[in-house]
Design a protein around this ligand. Structure first.
Ligand code: SF4
Length: 266
């Protein structure tokens, strides 16, 4: 939706991108918040969350080959810089929620559902809470700052996507979608309804159709925007004077990129 050519580079060509500090810190914070809920309720303190960071960091390095080799020669000082701010993000989380009063139904929940049209939706929900009456609340952590009001609908696109997948999987529309912005302590909430999610489904079908057309024609247009400032592919982008590599042959079926939580506007 933001840039078809960027989608091609990431999903069709699968061109590696250099590790990003913000995305890596986001991955660490997400893993800490996931593991925090493994602890007994009474032990879920900020100190306990902070104490999880070193082990989580080692896990992130061993899970991500590229990141592991990027930090292979590090004596710890680069890691300290990259993880700078993690504690503040966790502290903001504790300002927003009291984890001793919550028992999530699921964390890092993998969603996968085939719509009637045959389109398959897949994604990962950071946290799913289920109230005693069965009402679902979808919670997503963001380690950046909340978008201005004009851009909130864009931020909610991902949440509507999850809500649609959950509705189709469980037969129930989630009651609340909640984005927690740990960068500035803002919370965005939204109550979806069936009409809203039907419209979302139509939008996704149109998007899938546009991707199918581009797969056939090989015409992936650049769409320059502020996103270009963070794009790792400027040097091969025609909008910046570059030339894209030839498309892989045979063209692979688009697979979703590995989920990696971060703050890049992509
Ligand atoms: S530099 Fe901008 S226009 Fe080019 S691929 Fe990246 S996001 Fe798209």
């Amino acid at each position: 939706m933001t840039c078809p050519l960027l989608y091609r580079f990431r999903v069709i060509d699968r061109i590696p991108e250099p590790p990003s500090q913000a995305a890596t810190r986001g991955t660490v914070v997400h893993a800490v918040l996931e593991q925090l809920y493994d602890l007994p309720r009474g032990s879920r303190s900020l100190e306990a969350a902070t104490a999880l960071v070193p082990a989580v960091w080692q896990q992130v390095l061993s899970d991500d080959e590229e990141l592991g080799s990027f930090f292979a020669e590090d004596d710890g000082s680069l890691a300290t810089t990259w993880l700078d701010g993690t504690e503040a993000l966790l502290a903001t989380y504790f300002d927003l929620e009291d984890p001793t009063r919550l028992e999530p139904a699921d964390r890092e929940l993998a969603l996968s559902v085939e719509l009637d049209s045959g389109l398959v939706l897949r994604g990962y929900v950071d946290r799913l809470d289920v109230a005693p009456d069965g009402a679902m609340r979808v919670v997503d952590y963001k380690t950046g700052r909340a978008p201005r009001e004009a851009f909130q609908q864009k931020a909610l696109f991902q949440m509507r996507f999850y809500a649609l997948a959950l509705w189709r999987m469980k037969g129930e529309v989630p009651r609340l979608l909640q984005l927690l912005y740990l960068g500035d302590g803002q919370v965005i909430q939204y109550q979806p309804d069936e009409d809203d999610l039907v419209a979302m489904e139509r939008k996704l079908l149109a998007l899938a159709s546009a991707i199918g057309t581009a797969m056939e024609s090989g015409d992936w247009r650049p769409s320059p925007s502020r996103l270009c400032d963070w794009c790792a592919h400027q040097s091969i982008c025609p909008a910046w004077g570059g030339t894209p590599p030839p498309l892989p042959d045979p063209r692979p079926h688009p697979e979703p990129p590995t989920p990696l939580e971060g703050d890049s506007p992509g």
